[in-house]
Design a protein around this ligand. Structure first.
Ligand SMILES: Nc1ncnc2c1ncn2[C@@H]1O[C@H](COP(=O)(O)OP(=O)(O)OP(=O)(O)O)[C@@H](O)[C@H]1O
Ligand SMILES: [Mg+2]
Length: 336
């Protein structure tokens, strides 16, 4: 494993139980299909892709939080060298929050509406073994200040519904970092917020990364936003990683037609997901995908596709140490 490698996802596939999605073949429906990536300590890695590409399921698989009926069918996830798939739920639970934590698009669904926010943060500390009341209280107020919640004494006594959306997201971030995780998974953390608040939360996440050295897996459908926040980016389409590379390079010189399409599109920030304004069609459903599983899933929408693309998903072409792309045209598109 490479030096400094914190997370190593190798050949991961995530299957949706046939009872949850009807298939007319015997093959399981794969929502995530044979993806591999790494995150180094302190790095910010983005996953971009339209709605339904498998971003959230990829994120949820890391702390083993996949919903009922969905599971990893092959591959491995290693955190700090430890195979998470080999751990029992009892071994895994204490790692959540402490090693790996998560924030979501809508904090209201993750916060307990009946508990004052200060209590929720304190409980997280207590759950991870801190029992000294005075110290827990102090740590709670400190972390609230650290995430930009002013007057923490007063805010700690409030219930989630009494806070604005931006403040709730700050509470979620406080909860996520209070136990000192090394990896924070942020799934569309700013999509539900208006643009000014979005910028503040992005700054906060970057500061947490810089000052605390927390690695971040940042998920968004907005590739432009990711290119400003991340060191590296992965572009997912219909369960596959089609291109990856350094964030600035991927944004400036994308090779895959899908990445180019994402960059050319105008994301609607007020809404989850988006339409590719310059590429007709949409992400196939898992059932539709079954029929083209061996080929490039983007081929039906790609104007440069050739016959072979429908039956054959190309191996990654390596453009440089970080930039890899799965496209038959990649060789002709080498730059630099
Ligand atoms: N609980 C579920 N049961 C059945 N299928 C599911 C479930 N959750 C997700 N899927 C399917 O798995 C695929 C990937 O979904 P996922 O939620 O990971 O996409 P996403 O990239 O996060 O999309 P979005 O941008 O809308 O959040 C989609 O085809 C989706 O319909
Ligand atoms: Mg999602």
């Amino acid at each position: 494993m490479a030096a400094n490698c914190l997370l190593q996802v190798e050949r991961l596939s995530i299957g949706v139980d046939a009872r949850h999605a009807v298939s007319d073949t015997n093959k399981p429906l794969l929502a995530v299909d044979d993806i591999s990536f790494t995150i180094r300590a302190g790095e910010i890695v983005g996953i971009a892709g339209e709605s339904g590409c498998g971003k959230t399921l990829t994120a949820l698989s890391i702390p083993a939080l996949l919903p009922e009926g969905i599971s990893c069918v092959s591959g491995s996830i290693r955190f700090d060298g430890v195979d998470l798939g080999a751990l029992s739920p009892r071994e895994l639970t204490p790692r959540r929050g402490k090693d790996i934590s998560m924030i979501f698009q809508e904090p209201m669904t993750s916060l307990n509406p009946l508990l004052r926010v200060g209590r929720q943060i304190a409980e997280s500390l207590e759950l991870h073994g801190d029992t000294d009341r005075t110290r827990v209280r102090q740590k709670t107020l400190d972390i609230m200040l650290q995430v930009g919640l002013p007057d923490p004494e007063r805010l700690a006594a409030m219930y989630p519904h009494q806070l604005s959306g931006g403040m709730r997201q700050r509470v979620m971030i406080a909860l996520a970092i209070v136990c000192g995780p090394r990896l924070l998974i942020a799934d569309e953390p700013t999509t539900a917020l208006d643009v000014t608040i979005q910028a503040q939360i992005l700054r906060l996440l970057r500061r947490i990364n810089r000052e605390l050295g927390v690695a971040i897996l940042f998920i968004s459908h907005d590739l432009a936003l990711l290119s400003r926040v991340c060191d590296r980016m992965l572009v997912m389409y219909a369960g596959k990683i089609v291109e990856e590379g350094a964030a600035d390079e991927l944004f400036a010189a994308p090779i895959h037609e899908y990445t180019r399409g994402l960059i050319g599109s105008i994301p609607d920030r007020g809404r989850k997901g988006m339409a590719l304004v310059n590429i007709p069609g949409k992400v196939p459903s898992l059932e539709e995908l079954g029929g083209i599983r061996d080929g490039c899933p983007f081929a039906p929408r790609c104007y440069t596709a050739q016959e072979t693309c429908l039956t054959h998903f190309p191996k990654a072409a390596t453009l440089n140490a970080q930039h890899r792309v799965h496209c038959i045209h990649a060789d002709g598109a080498r730059h630099g």
